[in-house]
Design a protein around this ligand. Structure first.
Ligand SMILES: [Zn+2]
Length: 190
């Protein structure tokens, strides 16, 4: 099994910034993100900002579209609170295999704040990606990492975890966020 930590180069970027999160019902969350052609400083800076934004939130994963950038870049850190940080950057990630066996975790999403619901997904997945050194990596994961990878990769195709819930549950949360957005708009205009 490959070490998820990678080179850690992303951590020494000089100008990391916390970026505003894109939240429901922003239509950008439904965009299909574009592949990254080449690992450039722009991609490394994007990843650094994504990690900064994710740690600040705090969250265990973030896709670039969640800060409004439609590129196939994901950051994750599933280390527990009392453990050392284990940042991972996945460029152009793809799931190559998923187990028939499933597991259920309570998921949340930085783009759907303060909403948590149990989601059933394949318990184990194999996935490949390019790291920030431009190296191809293939990994098999289970547990929270497998769930997180599937959740974040969904974002790259405009899929949200609420799409895995019943129609009724999804409609309820979409309505709640649409209402809140409307209220905010009215308040901003008045
Ligand atoms: Zn999410």
């Amino acid at each position: 099994m490959n070490d998820l930590t990678g080179s850690g180069r992303v951590l020494i970027s000089p100008a990391m910034a916390i970026r505003p999160l894109v939240t429901l019902p922003d239509p950008r969350l439904r965009l299909k993100s574009e592949p990254v052609d080449k690992i450039t400083d722009e991609v490394r800076n994007l990843a650094a900002d994504m990690l900064e934004t994710m740690y600040d939130a705090p969250g265990v994963g973030l896709a670039a579209i969640q800060i409004g950038v439609p590129k196939r870049v994901v950051v994750m850190d599933t280390a527990k609170k009392d453990e050392e940080r284990r940042p991972v950057v996945l460029v152009n990630p793809e799931i190559t295999w998923a187990s028939e066996e499933t597991s259920t975790y309570e998921e949340g999403c930085l783009s759907i704040p303060e909403y948590y619901e149990e989601v059933e997904r394949p318990a184990r997945v194999r996935f490949r990606y390019t790291d920030l050194d431009g190296e191809a990596v293939e990994i098999e994961a289970e547990g929270i990492v497998a769930t997180c990878v599937q959740h974040e990769l969904d974002h790259l195709d405009g899929v949200l975890f609420i799409d895995h819930l019943s129609k009724l549950k999804r409609a309820r949360v979409v309505k709640k966020f649409a209402k809140a957005a409307k209220r905010e708009k009215v308040e901003a205009e008045s």
